[in-house]
Design a protein around this ligand. Structure first.
Ligand code: ZN
Length: 156
């Protein structure tokens, strides 16, 4: 599936809707998202980045794949860290984003079970970046020192 690209692309500004049904279509969507993320060397992807306005994110950090349905941040640490981010939907654009260092997320997993994840470091960052996508927020809205660089590095 094609990635939705461009900082002025209005699709990326849409607010995604909660998933109501765990069905075969949802499983197909998640496999497609994992495939698109890997093919593009990303470490995270939100469904809206392939044009589907549903609250689903995938991320792969430290060789572990997370597929989260209706993810919700329930706790953020007061300590923050600043790190350079990129985005598969904004190729060649990078910027430093300050975010809480730790985050607790509630979601439903692929088996339909409720899960609670305590994330820190890179995973915490990726999860916050992807949940922002579900609310139509791009990292450039929060970033400082935005720069353009054609070399591809890690993108979320
Ligand atoms: Zn992104």
């Amino acid at each position: 599936m094609e990635l939705v690209i461009g900082k002025d692309n209005q699709t990326l500004r849409q607010k995604s809707l909660p998933v109501k049904k765990m069905d075969a279509d949802l499983h197909a969507l998640i496999s497609q998202m994992q495939k698109t993320m890997k093919e593009n060397d990303g470490i995270g992807l939100a469904a809206i980045q392939i044009g589907v306005p549903l609250r689903v994110i995938v991320c792969e950090v430290n060789d572990k794949m997370y597929s989260l349905i209706n993810p919700e941040i329930v706790k953020l640490s007061s300590e923050t860290s600043t790190f350079e981010e990129g985005c598969l939907s904004l190729p060649g654009i990078y910027g430093e984003v300050e975010r809480p260092e730790k985050v607790t997320v509630k979601a439903t997993n692929l088996d339909g079970k409720k899960v609670k994840i305590k994330a820190f470091d890179l995973l915490a960052r990726v999860v916050q970046h992807e949940i922002d996508h579900l609310d139509g927020i791009l990292f450039i809205d929060k970033a400082s020192n935005i720069r353009e660089d054609k070399r591809q590095t890690t993108a979320l």
